[in-house]
Ligand binder design. Structure first.
Ligand code: MEV
Length: 429
């Protein structure tokens, strides 16, 4: 899309938003049908995706606006049940765009397949033999999945470690082979698992051991994406808080998370609030991304903040987020789920690398949104306004009644379903 700035979008009806999107992005009738009229995922397709299907399960799909990343405009599809997340991401993206936008970078998309070998009579010799047969093993792995080689990827390297060498227990001594596979634009789970399974017999022959596990690692630390933003303090001024106060509050909040796992978990959950909704909306495996992200947050031996916030020599607030980001733009559900296809198209990403970079930029924005609120007014003020609408709906409010009841709950400072039910009854009389 040419712009991610759509002033007043939050105040429009769903119909008006779709009209704007149609103008800016050219929605097809089918897209609109998928978005609002019917279930986006027909039950027949769902039945082919998983087992024992009895229906489909919907989530709200909202748009994160105002994102400027490496000079390009992005509208961010976010599938999430939690109020405030989309609003907060859009609010911070607006501040960051005024500071020049996010910048991002990423590594090559190399994923890891693991093979566990046990029962070798000489583990050191077995390790040497595997290294000597590296090219044979890589060739065998690539022969098992030739299409990735023709796309410019495939198994590129391998290494071997001995775990628990000299241990008394035969169960704990093992040889672990890592196969490094460039998965190009795919997340690559099937490809990786096919490759490691296919070379397992060869590995047994070479090591004279027994192979047990053959599976990808979700700790994708060779598939990293990084986002950065630099914000001058005047852009951070909020209510009675000066920009410098907000900046310092964010840095203090970061230091808390950096030093204390109890805080780091919540801090990082807030980052995943931004990341998971795009991963879900684009049909990617959010459990894989979650697992890898949290492991990366503990890479220095203590679970810590995923982000880093500091003040540069000019007094600007600088934020950085680097995470493993094993997502794809092809394969899996990305091209099966109609709204995943739509989301990728709306994002306008050309590659998995670009998608990964956009995702970490949104994670960084989400973290700043939470820290800025926590270091100033607290999150309840903003949260409650939105939460009150969910409470009103839970109490049976529909249509225009929802906002009326929600506002009354806020006014009376009683955001409870019981109170909302009373108001709904009164409204209906
Ligand atoms: C709520 O979903 C996320 C926050 O708790 C994140 C944080 O505390 O940084 C607000």
């Amino acid at each position: 899309m040419d712009t991610s700035r759509i002033p007043g979008f939050y105040n429009m009806t769903v119909q008006e938003r779709l009209e704007v999107l149609s103008r800016l992005h050219g929605l097809q009738d089918e897209d609109i049908e998928n978005l609002i009229i019917d279930s986006s995922l027909d039950v027949g397709t769902a039945d082919k995706m998983i087992e024992n299907v009895i229906g489909t399960f919907e989530l709200p799909l909202g748009l994160g606006l105002n994102f400027l990343i490496n000079g390009k405009e992005y509208v961010i599809p976010m599938a999430i049940e939690e109020a405030s997340v989309v609003a907060s991401a859009s609010h911070i993206a607006k501040i960051v765009r005024n500071a020049g936008g996010f910048t991002t970078e990423s590594t090559e998309r190399v994923m890891i397949g693991q093979i566990q070998v046990v029962g070798c009579s000489d583990f050191i010799l077995a390790k040497e033999e595997i290294l000597q047969n590296k090219s044979v093993l890589l060739e065998a792995a690539n022969n098992a999945y030739p299409s990735i080689v023709s796309r410019g990827g495939g198994a590129e390297d391998l290494d071997v470690r001995i775990l628990n060498e000299g241990s008394d227990s035969v169960y704990s001594q093992m040889l672990i082979i890592h196969l490094y596979i460039n998965t190009c634009d795919a997340m690559g789970a099937n490809m990786i698992n096919t490759m490691v399974e296919s070379i397992a017999p060869l590995v047994e022959e070479i090591t004279k051991g027994k192979v047990y596990l053959r599976i990808l690692s979700n700790y994708a630390d060779r598939c990293l994406a990084k986002a950065r933003c630099v914000i001058s303090p005047e852009l951070l001024q909020t209510g009675d808080f000066s920009g410098e106060e907000v900046r310092d509050g964010v840095i203090h909040a970061y230091q808390f998370a950096a030093s204390d796992p109890y805080r780091a978990v919540t801090h990082n959950k807030g980052i995943m609030n931004g990341i998971d909704p795009i991963v879900i909306a684009t049909g990617n495996d959010w459990r894989a991304v979650e697992a890898g992200a949290h492991a990366y947050a503990a890479r220095n031996g203590q679970y810590s903040s995923m982000t880093n916030w500091f003040k540069d020599e000019n007094g600007n607030l600088v934020g950085e987020l680097e995470l493993p980001m094993s997502v794809g733009t092809v394969g899996g559900a990305t091209r099966v789920h109609p709204l995943a296809k739509f989301s990728l198209d709306l994002l306008g990403v050309k590659s998995a690398k670009e998608l990964a970079e956009v995702i970490v930029a949104v994670g960084l924005a989400q973290n700043l949104g939470a820290l800025k609120a926590l270091a100033t007014d607290g999150i309840q003020k903003g949260h409650m306004a939105l939460h009150s609408r969910s409470v009103a709906i839970a109490a049976g409010a529909t249509g225009e009644m929802i906002d009326i009841i929600a506002q009354e709950l806020i006014k009376e400072k009683q955001i409870r379903v019981g109170k909302a039910k009373e108001l709904v009854e009164q409204y209906k009389k």
